[in-house]
Design a protein around this ligand. Structure first.
Ligand code: AMP
Length: 276
């Protein structure tokens, strides 16, 4: 596995790789969820590149950026174990050289949910991912379903701008149902013990649908009732939206995305489940 930093190093390393090339963009502090994306790319592509870059432009809160966990040595060993051929670890100036003056935005899909809660977040995400796609030129790029809106936004951008094929991969969870996340490291012991309520709440919402409930508000209420059993969980939003447009639903008549953001102390967690 080769580790490169500058764009020049990256360019020459990419030239030596066979195609098709799969790209797994990450912000580091890697876990088995990232490992699953790399392993999936390994199966579907002849070469696998991983990027590790904590993108300052997608943080709406400077304190969140400051405390985002970082650990290059452990990240590189996870990449090697999962089967990466190439890891790009750029500095901020390698991604945004002096004079950089472009933003890539996806319009309607970024308005609700995370877009409403975190102003500027998705413009930061789509801009950096467009740069990664432009520099690496992958044949396929792998993203997690855990960040459900992000997956849809990047897929939309990649289709609209004819950039690459975007592949969504299932969420990897702890045995108690908590979705793996780099941010879980910030949960104290009590919050960590409480956090699986997220998964239980989403499953309760899905069960209500399976039992025949089709009113989206009733499904959202069911999710909220389960979250309310855990006083440490502070709900930011609960959404039951059209799976493609992310428009909030009244009735569930086709595929829907049930998603939420919940805070435990200062740690904000997101998760989702598809129903319908
Ligand atoms: P991040 O490093 O948090 O920006 O995530 C990099 C990629 O890994 C994104 O496509 C995430 O959706 C994906 N990812 C994060 N957590 C998980 C998980 N638990 N299971 C699957 N994919 C994940």
């Amino acid at each position: 596995m080769e580790v490169v930093r500058s764009r020049d190093q990256l360019r020459s390393a990419l030239g030596a790789l066979p195609r098709p090339l799969g790209l797994v963009p990450t912000m580091g502090w890697l876990h088995a969820g990232h490992g699953a994306l790399i392993a999936r790319a390994r199966i579907e592509c002849r070469a696998v590149a991983v990027s590790i870059f904590v993108n300052p432009r997608q943080f709406d809160d400077p304190a969140d950026l400051e405390r985002y966990p970082r650990g290059e040595a452990r990240d590189l060993s996870l990449c090697a174990e999962a089967g990466a051929d190439l890891v790009w670890v750029p500095a901020v100036e390698d991604v945004y050289p002096p004079g950089f003056d472009t933003a890539v935005t996806v319009e309607r899909l970024t308005l609700p949910l995370e877009g409403a809660a975190r102003p500027g977040h998705f413009a930061g995400v789509t801009t950096v991912v467009a740069i990664l796609f432009g520099v690496v030129r992958p044949d396929r790029a792998y993203f997690g379903e855990k960040d459900g809106q992000q997956l849809r936004v990047i897929d939309r951008m990649a289709r609209d701008l004819h950039l690459t094929e975007v592949i969504g991969c299932p969420t990897v969870r702890e045995p108690d149902g908590l979705a793996l996340s780099s941010r879980n490291v910030h949960l104290d012991a009590e919050d960590r013990a409480a956090a699986p309520v997220i998964r239980r709440a989403l499953l309760a919402g899905r069960d209500a649908w399976a039992d025949g409930e089709r009113a989206a508000e009733a499904i959202r209420d069911r999710v909220g009732d389960v979250l309310a059993t855990e006083p440490r969980a502070v709900v930011e939003y609960i959404s039951c939206a059209d799976d493609t447009t992310l428009d909030e639903l009244e009735r569930i008549e086709g595929p829907a995305l049930l998603s939420l953001a919940v805070r435990f102390g200062t740690t904000r967690l997101v998760d989702n489940i598809r129903i319908g």
